[in-house]
Ligand binder design. Structure first.
Ligand SMILES: Nc1ncnc2c1ncn2[C@@H]1O[C@H](COP(=O)(O)OP(=O)(O)O)[C@@H](O)[C@H]1O
Ligand SMILES: [Mg+2]
Length: 406
């Protein structure tokens, strides 16, 4: 049998002053925290401002009666334990009280020895009820948490599926791309080796040339595929440090100048591009060589390539603009995807379709962004934004800090 919990807060309501005092005294003797009120209204006013465990109320009182008080008290605290005191012969009202949520009733007059076990049971029931409410709240929290976790899992699953699909598409595109030059090499080599080959010098040279150029194409495909898979596997170490953009631009121009001369494309770089970026020098050069070669390759004879530099809040940008063929919105959707060539295969322009994929991965690995604006027939501008060295949140000794890309 449970004991009365000391300091339980009890509100006692009775319009008979002597009865009220006697009850409060008894409860006080049992170390309960009793507050007595002569009317339903005053008791309710107290309940509005004070938390309470149990309400012990008389049934018949002038003004607000016991039933109305219990109803009002339970709207304030649905877990409050209520006991109604009623005269003999009014048991039906007591039953009514039970229906609206009273825990028990006690018939007047009663002795302390009758009251105390009722109080004990009522307080125990309140304790269990509160415990139940706490468990329900904890359960609801767990259910919410599970719901949230499920959403995270779902998103991770979708992401894994997407990556998987991307990988499958990459593999099937890669086999196709590798097979094309390989078939061409084998085909021409077989003709050269065959007895029925006409052996004319011109033919032999043409076929050998085809083998050489297919071989070169195959080699650049393999090299770029290896580079991309190294980047994607997180096996590329970037050495992030201060890089002067104008120095890198000069070196890049020297590399691409022969291609520009062959295609009769003019290269125009700004005289002053003294930005100190936070980048990996070698990889920044690779990025710019990719953008310059594209701007020259997908250009017109006597076209031009212009470079602009700018500074924004915390970053520097370099934009490579060309007066070339340009790209429509549908083509722009595909050019950063592996092997995306926007239909240039048919036009016979050499390329692997991997340059921009690698470029984008590298720019993002250096905490930068790449964007493109283009108009078919007018030309394109590829813009790379990278953190300025002064603004990069440089960890101590960031000069030469190594970061793995993945
Ligand atoms: N400056 C540019 N002007 C027009 N088209 C471009 C330009 N740069 C890239 N592209 C288009 O994007 C495609 C992908 O470029 P990239 O990944 O460098 O591969 P690749 O040059 O080997 O084809 C190119 O095939 C071309 O169609
Ligand atoms: Mg390219």
């Amino acid at each position: 049998m449970s004991e009365l919990v000391p300091r339980s807060r009890i509100v006692v309501v009775d319009d008979q002053a002597a009865h009220l005092k006697a009850l409060c005294d008894i409860l006080g003797q049992h170390h309960l925290d009793a507050a007595g009120f002569p009317t339903g209204e005053t008791a309710l006013a107290h309940l509005r401002g004070h938390a309470c465990d149990l309400l012990l109320t008389d049934m018949n009182m002038p003004g607000m009666d016991g039933l109305a008080l219990i109803e009002a008290a339970r709207t304030l605290d649905p877990a409050i334990a209520c006991i109604i005191m009623t005269g003999a012969g009014t048991v039906d009202t007591a039953v009514k009280a039970m229906k609206i949520g009273a825990f028990d009733y006690i018939i007047k007059p009663f002795k302390a020895s009758t009251l105390l076990p009722v109080l004990t049971r009522a307080l125990e029931s309140r304790r269990l009820r509160l415990h139940n409410l706490q468990l329900e709240a904890a359960l609801r929290e767990r259910v919410d948490e599970l719901g949230r976790l499920n959403q995270v899992l779902d998103a991770a699953r979708r992401e894994a599926e997407r990556t998987n699909e991307e990988k499958s598409a990459f593999l099937s595109n890669m086999s196709h791309e590798l097979r094309t030059p390989l078939n061409s090499i084998l085909g021409f080599a077989q003709i050269l080796a065959s007895d029925r080959f006409p052996k004319g010098e011109g033919e032999r040279q043409r076929f050998s040339q085809n083998i050489v150029s297919s071989g070169k194409h195959l080699l650049s495909l393999v090299n770029e595929i290896l580079d991309l898979s190294k980047i994607e596997a997180g096996k590329v170490s970037l050495v992030l440090g201060p890089v002067m953009l104008d120095e890198v631009l000069r070196e890049v121009v020297a590399i691409v100048a022969p291609l520009a001369e062959r295609r009769l494309v003019a290269l125009m770089t700004p005289a002053d591009c003294r930005l100190e970026l936070c980048a990996d020098r070698m990889r920044l050069k690779q990025i710019l060589v990719n953008l310059f070669s594209n701007a020259i390759k997908y250009n017109h004879v006597h076209g031009s390539v212009t470079v602009h530099c700018a500074v924004g809040p915390g970053y520097g940008s370099v934009a490579v603009s060309d007066s070339g063929v340009g790209l429509d919105p549908a083509q722009l959707e595909t050019i950063f995807l592996p092997f995306g060539r926007a239909g240039r295969d048919e036009e016979g322009e050499e390329g692997t379709g991997l340059g921009l994929t690698i470029t984008k991965r590298l720019v993002e690995a250096m905490r930068g962004r790449i964007s493109v604006e283009s108009k078919p027939g007018e030309g394109s501008t590829f813009r790379v934004e990278l953190p300025l060295y002064s603004a990069a949140a440089a960890p101590s000794g960031a000069r030469g800090a190594t970061q793995h890309v993945g």
